[in-house]
Design a protein around this ligand. Structure first.
Ligand code: GLV
Ligand code: MN
Ligand code: MN
Length: 421
């Protein structure tokens, strides 16, 4: 293992790189990178250069994922996948997703050209947040072979489909099947900030993810009648805004009734969106999560019934689009043990935990064993510019990652998986 001063230098470099990428944005003055925007092109150029300098061969697949392949000691060896996403929410912090990619590049740099019995493919996923099209995981779904026509035909608010966005970026949607992960992929490991307060409250730098909560995402459309705000008496209105407001509070009430359930309306769009016009149409997003698929599904269904009832009572109609129904997933027990062991050797106590946030790992876990390592998040703040991470914790993560690679390279059980691959 490198001297701790050298590891701290690497950690500083990782943080500086994340900060640098935070300035690569489609919005002046804040960080925002959505699926295959112009900012993404610049982000890929910068991260691709880092990957290449670390000894990886760099490509962009047809779903826009940035992929860096670091070969094994021998040709025809299987590969370990490392990575996270390079897209962001609007007004984002510097670390959500990006840290996992930059940290994986740092692990390649730490190898310094040394080859392992398996290759390493570092992936910067093109889309995980679901901002531009409402549906998340576009990049990882392509790797899992699940980027279907329905998703390719989905439109953003400008009417541009996923398919057209891919073409506009100079890529070929017809080649999406070739973005699927290689059949020799052994496992996927993702570093990510926790995005919550648990590790900080326990005074622990690294967490081992046991499972990731499922998500239902949808859009509800309340259709009333636009009319003059001054002349239309309240009892003669079909006000889509008031109906939406009533339902949004119901969403909060329903979530509060069930332990561990979270439900969020984070986006609202009114038409015509004018101060002196009763809103004729309101579109609201819904995001429901729980570690139990049953609890999540029941809550989402109940909220749909409530929306219907509110719309009916107020003389409106209601339509809904389900944009995602992603089951909760468990992380691989072998990888959890290996991560715990590596963290222990790096001098860290760890904590096993369920992730409330969605991650690319939950999509890849359907195909190959997946593991995740969380880094303590100061203040538990994420999806916000004040998101941060400490140099010490990043250093621990680099140490843990390096030890994990060494362990996996020496592990009889991992070798067995390699023979099967
Ligand atoms: C991704 O960050 C999500 O969990 O929404
Ligand atoms: Mn996020
Ligand atoms: Mn993320």
């Amino acid at each position: 293992m490198e001297h701790s001063v050298a590891i701290a230098d690497r950690a500083e470099k990782v943080i500086a790189r994340c900060k640098r990428l935070a300035s690569v944005s489609e919005v002046r003055g804040s960080t925002c990178r959505t699926f295959l925007s112009i900012a993404m092109r610049e982000c890929y150029r910068v991260v691709g250069d880092w990957m290449e300098a670390a000894g990886a061969e760099v490509t962009i697949d047809a779903a826009g994922n940035l992929r860096g392949f670091y070969s094994a000691a021998q040709t025809a060896a299987p590969r370990l996948l490392l990575g996270s996403h390079l897209d962001t929410v609007p007004n984002a912090g510097a670390y959500d997703g990006v840290l996992g990619v930059v940290l994986a590049v740092s692990l390649l740099e730490t190898l310094g050209g040394r080859k392992l019995p398996f290759a390493i493919e570092v992936i910067g996923f093109s889309e995980e947040e679901g901002i531009r099209f409402g549906t998340p995981f576009i990049g990882s779904r392509a790797l899992a072979g699940k980027l279907d026509d329905e998703l390719l035909d989905q439109k953003d608010t400008n009417g541009v489909t996923v398919r057209t966005a891919i073409e506009n970026f100079g890529l070929k949607p017809a080649e999406i099947s070739r973005a699927a992960m290689s059949t020799d992929s052994l496992a996927y490991v993702e570093f990510h900030i926790e995005q919550g307060p648990v590790l900080e409250s326990l005074g622990i730098p690294l967490g081992v993810v046991e499972g990731i909560a499922g998500q239902t995402r949808g859009e509800f459309i309340l259709l009333g009648r636009a009319n003059h705000a001054g002349t239309t008496p309240l009892n003669l209105r079909h006000d889509a805004m008031s109906a939406a407001a009533e339902w949004i509070l119901e969403v909060e009430r329903v979530a509060k009734r069930e332990k561990g359930l979270v439900a969020t309306v984070g986006r609202i769009a009114a038409t015509p969106n004018a101060a002196n016009v009763v809103a004729g149409e309101v579109r609201v997003s819904l995001d429901v999560r729980h570690k139990s698929n049953d609890v999540r599904a029941r809550a989402a269904e109940f909220l749909a019934v409530q929306a219907e009832e509110i719309a009916h009572r107020r003389g409106l109609t209601m339509a809904r689009k389900i944009l995602l129904n992603q089951s909760a997933v468990a992380m691989d027990p072998f990888l959890m043990d290996q991560i715990e062991q590596a963290a222990g050797e790096a001098g860290c106590k760890t904590h096993r935990m369920v992730s409330g946030a969605g991650h690319d790992a939950m999509i890849l876990a359907d195909k190959i064993p997946a593991g995740m390592i969380f880094l303590r998040t100061p203040g538990g703040v994420s999806h916000h510019p004040s998101e941060s991470v400490s140099v010490e914790d990043v250093a621990k993560a680099i140490e843990c990652g390096t030890l994990l690679l060494t362990q996996l390279a020496a592990s009889a059980e991992f070798q067995k998986r390699m023979v099967r691959a």
